[in-house]
Design a protein around this ligand. Structure first.
Ligand code: ATP
Ligand code: MG
Length: 588
């Protein structure tokens, strides 16, 4: 079942962009909390770990976190969940901010979980004093042995009953850097027999003598995710902490941390932040889970995306075949297409693998409505209109968009020699062929009807030029202009057309589930060798003039974008964003 059909987003599969009265279960909760007076204003956050580039899945979380806040007059923070120093990098921090802004969102406050390290530490001492946490000397392997399984309860650590004083002393010495990595942990004292393994005395601090991008070498101990994340939410006064379903089983621990530390009830814990002038609004947050976004024909885990980059299987994080936001942006995806996709997919608690056509369809629909039309020839074959004089030149007026007169018109140069696409001609036409054949006629879009008199060949027998006659009665405005012929093809003046590099991108993987490990094969074994083909074609001058990142529909060919890095007016480079129709559906 697709998310869209899974219930919570019921009826939200249409494409309406203006409807802000969304009815998914999260917005329903928010609406009720505001109506009941539980919250006067809502606060959300988007909490990426800066260990990679954001991908299409994150777009869903971003649209939800920032979107819900905006719709209900609340605020959304961007918080870097930087509690794991080894994997984090300032390059990612910068890219994440750029991506969120590109999607059209801005944060109320920019925070780092590491801003709160001192608060986390003091809160941990509080837990120790309450008898809710203890220092444990078991090794990682022993901890695993003591943990039990889904069917068997765990066993208490032999260090569980240490006195408060001993625990405080050891924890302070952990902080002072006295012990080696892994020698001890601070663990929450909850319940080793709990049916939820997350509650079996989980570690909340570990020793790690590693430098941190934000705090340098100030800390030899680092808080664990559940502890840091729940407290960060509480510190920032997050009312609705939206996250993906895999955290559902962590919610009891999230609540435990928030309740036991009780920041709102103990303002002194927040003094280190007050001293630094950080505005605070401690409150009790509620975690709500929703399904992850997953598409077939893609891999979306940061680890695998990193491997694709590091092994040179793609050209970096912004390779237009990558599902990173940087990649699909370069491919020609627009923020509005992504928002449309998120809208169509809806919000639910049903994890599912969605069909990539939902993503591609959203881009087609967005660009169909907005992208100006241009003519471009991807695989050029020369046509000479023998009955026009040498040097013939005229400028034909074309609408920029067939359904949007407000986009105005442009002048398209027309000359004696033209380029057409090679597959619009057939020497031996297959049955039903409607385009140009020797002796046959075709309409040149907006210019008139031509008959092909001869196919000129080179020594090897390849067709290199078509000699044609333009019917003078079929020119625009003439009486014969509407004369019926079977086909209409696009063209570019060979005199005026601008040579362009055209990158024909396609799906990176050939199979719907490149992660399915059958017989030891991995996603690397399913790379599509045709995922990028670079050709040289010709575009009409008005296409060459594009600004980087401008999108067009190249008529009859597909949607293309001027490459944001490489495109120049005098040396155009276009990326195919998506074909006009879903060509994979037919391959089946
Ligand atoms: P990955 O598994 O790809 O490494 P992650 O979940 O570790 O991603 P984070 O940086 O921790 O990535 O994620 C930041 C936020 O984005 C989290 O709230 C997470 O739930 C959400 N998120 C990540 N991936 C998806 C996805 N595929 N669909 C929806 N939300 C996602
Ligand atoms: Mg994560």
């Amino acid at each position: 079942m697709s998310d869209a059909a899974a219930g919570d987003g019921a009826g939200r599969t249409d494409s309406s962009r203006t409807d802000v009265n969304r009815t998914d279960f999260i917005r329903q909760i928010v609406r009720e909390d505001l109506a009941s007076g539980k919250h006067r204003a809502i606060r959300t956050r988007f909490p990426p770990e800066p260990n990679g580039y954001l991908h299409i899945g994150h777009a869903k979380a971003i649209c939800l976190d920032f979107g819900v806040a905006a719709e209900f007059g609340g605020r959304c923070n961007l918080r870097f969940d930087d509690t794991n120093p080894a994997k984090e990098d300032p390059e990612y921090v910068a890219a994440i901010q750029e991506d969120v802004r590109w999607l059209g969102f801005d944060w109320a406050a920019l925070r780092h979980a590491s801003d709160y390290f001192e608060v986390f530490y003091r809160a941990a001492e509080k837990l120790i004093r309450q008898g809710d946490a203890f220092v444990c000397d078991l090794s990682a392997e022993q901890v695993r042995e003591y943990r039990g399984t889904l069917t068997e309860p765990g066993r208490n650590s032999p260090y569980r009953d240490r006195s408060v004083d001993e625990n405080l002393d050891l924890f302070r010495r952990m902080r002072a850097g006295e012990f080696a990595d892994g020698a001890r942990t601070l663990r929450a004292k909850i319940d080793m027999a709990s049916g939820n393994i997350n509650l079996r005395d989980p570690a909340i601090y570990r020793i790690k003598h590693v430098e941190h991008q934000n705090t340098g070498d100030a800390w030899p101990i680092y808080p664990m995710y559940d502890y840091a994340h729940s407290l960060s939410d509480a510190i920032e006064g997050i009312t609705h902490s939206l996250c993906t379903l895999e955290f559902e089983d962590h919610r009891p621990l999230y609540d435990w941390c928030v309740d036991k530390v009780d920041l709102a009830g103990e303002p002194a814990l927040l003094q280190p932040l007050r001293d630094r002038g950080l505005p605070l609004e401690a409150a009790k947050p509620r975690q709500i889970e929703f399904s992850r976004l997953n598409f077939n024909y893609l891999v979306m885990s940061k680890r695998k995306l990193l491997a694709l980059v590091e092994d040179g299987l793609v050209d970096g994080w912004d390779d237009p075949r990558m599902p990173t936001l940087q990649g699909i942006r370069r491919r020609g995806y627009t923020p509005s297409a992504l928002k449309l996709m998120v809208e169509r997919v809806g919000i639910s608690k049903q994890n599912s693998l969605l069909d990539i056509s939902i993503l591609e369809g959203a881009l087609r629909d967005d660009l169909d409505a907005t992208a100006p039309r241009r003519m471009a020839v991807v695989d050029p074959l020369k046509v000479v209109l023998a009955n026009l004089p040498e040097g013939h030149e005229e400028f034909l007026s074309f609408p920029n968009h067939p359904k949007d007169a407000a986009q105005g018109e442009r002048a398209v140069p027309f000359a004696r020699a033209l380029w057409i696409d090679r597959d619009d001609f057939a020497e031996v036409p297959p049955p039903g062929f409607k385009r140009l054949t020797v002796g046959g006629e075709v309409r040149l879009r907006g210019a008139g009807i031509v008959r092909c008199d001869e196919a000129v060949k080179d020594a090897d027998g390849n067709v290199v030029e078509l000699r044609c006659t333009l019917d003078p009665e079929s020119r625009p405005g003439m009486e014969g202009a509407n004369r019926k012929v079977k086909g209409t093809i696009h063209w570019v003046s060979a005199t005026h057309g601008v040579p362009a590099e055209i990158r024909l991108y396609d799906r990176l993987f050939t199979v719907p589930d490149p992660d399915a490990d059958e017989g030891g094969r991995t996603y690397r074994d399913f790379l599509n060798p045709e995922s990028r083909r670079t050709v040289r074609g010709y575009v009409e001058p008005a296409a060459a003039q594009a600004a980087p990142e401008q999108s067009f529909q190249f008529e009859r060919t597909g949607y293309f974008v001027a490459d944001r890095r490489d495109h120049r007016v005098d040396a155009p480079v276009f990326n195919r964003s998506v074909t006009l129709r879903d060509t994979w559906a037919q391959k089946g």
